[in-house]
Design a protein around this ligand. Structure first.
Ligand SMILES: NC(=O)c1ccc[n+]([C@@H]2O[C@H](COP(=O)([O-])OP(=O)(O)OC[C@H]3O[C@@H](n4cnc5c(N)ncnc54)[C@H](OP(=O)(O)O)[C@@H]3O)[C@@H](O)[C@H]2O)c1
Length: 324
């Protein structure tokens, strides 16, 4: 089969498309003919050996797939011929065939294409975990998301209102990304430059209830300043590179919280949680209450470019690689 492989830790440009053996089936594993695979920021970090997970070289990149089941074990919730999405968490996705533990494979609603499906699980379930579980989103609250035209960002824009938010504010670095944010459902969009003042003005000085922050870096203190009383700042990632620190007197003085939100870690330590999440998210997708992603597509031959677009900050929306 063809696959996008990393054989040296020299960044996304070193990803090569190679011919390798199909992965072996194993008991409890679902064999999937992969049609499309999602790309996310951890893939960038893994191409440099900078992510917490460090697979042995060479490895296949990507953490999620959409495709058709070729073979499923008895008792699995999917069967041969089903259209499915699956988490390979992490690696082994950008390849023509994947074998995935059956508890990580879910049937895709008919109204969602395989290409869009490849962009759902990793980000949507992260955002669901962040807003529901860690952020305790209450009906009508205002959510702000940084890096709003990215994978986690567009997912937040697509999902927040369906999960109860009254308003969802996008922070983006360029006008092009502002258009992506609007297309994904942002109720308000502000540019990174001067974002705090713009958000204060938008909210009549009150601030926002939840900040979902996949970016970190030097805007972190301003994120705390942007919170309304009893607001929550969700620490999701550090695409800006720098891991911020917080002076806890700011939390005391404003009655606000900074909360860590590591979805993968939660999934690994809470068996059954993924299924619980999908049981809530799938009907919302099937009913059109959450719009499917509109991914930026790259063919497998351009996998290196697809991953590099997250690294060089040019990606406008969720990035998906097509394999069939
Ligand atoms: N905690 C969890 O459970 C969890 C789960 C999934 C992902 N994550 C993390 O969430 C973060 C976002 O992932 P993603 O897949 O959404 O990434 P993405 O699609 O690349 O989006 C990230 C956004 O970050 C912004 N950004 C600011 N400075 C940047 C820089 N120096 N380089 C690149 N981007 C920069 C960009 O928006 P602007 O240009 O508009 O600023 C970009 O759109 C990553 O750190 C990832 O590891 C965490």
């Amino acid at each position: 089969m063809r696959a996008a492989q990393v054989s040296k830790l020299e960044g996304p440009e070193a990803i090569e498309v190679v011919e390798i053996a199909e992965p072996a089936a194993y008991p409890g594993g679902v064999v999937i003919d992969v049609h499309a695979a999602g790309v996310a920021f951890p893939d960038v970090l893994m191409t440099r050996g900078l992510y917490q997970m460090k697979p042995e070289l060479p490895f296949v990149v990507g953490g999620e797939v959409a495709g058709i089941v070729r073979e499923a074990p008895e008792g699995a919730q999917v069967a041969a011929g089903d259209r499915v999405v699956a988490l390979t968490l992490l690696g082994n996705a950008l390849a023509e065939v994947a074998v995935v533990p059956s508890q990580m494979v879910f049937r895709l609603p008919d109204n969602v294409s395989l290409q869009a499906g490849a962009g759902i699980l990793f980000n949507d379930l992260t955002v669901h975990f962040c807003l529901r579980n860690r952020g305790r989103l209450a009906a009508g609250e205002t959510v702000l998301v940084h890096g709003a035209a990215g994978g986690v960002g567009t997912s937040t824009l697509r999902m927040a209102v369906a999960l109860g938010a009254g308003r969802v504010v996008a922070v983006v670095s360029t006008e092009e990304k502002a258009a992506v944010a609007r297309a994904n459902g942002a109720t308000d969009v502000v540019l990174t430059d001067g974002w705090l003042a713009a958000v204060k003005e938008l909210t009549g000085g009150r601030g926002v209830d939840i900040v979902l922050d996949p970016v970190g870096g030097d805007r972190f203190t301003d994120s705390i300043r942007s919170l309304a009383p009893a607001g929550r700042l969700l620490v999701v990632g550090f695409t800006a590179g720098e891991i911020p620190t917080v002076k806890v007197n700011r939390l005391l003085l404003k009655n606000v919280e900074v909360i860590g939100a590591a979805w993968g870690e939660w999934v690994m330590t809470h068996p059954g949680y993924l299924t619980e999440q999908w049981e809530e998210v799938e009907p919302l997708l099937a009913a059109g209450k959450i719009a499917p992603p509109e991914p930026v597509l790259y063919p497998l031959d351009r996998a290196a470019e697809a991953v590099a677009s997250l690294d060089n900050r040019t990606a406008a929306g969720k990035v998906v690689v097509t394999l069939r």
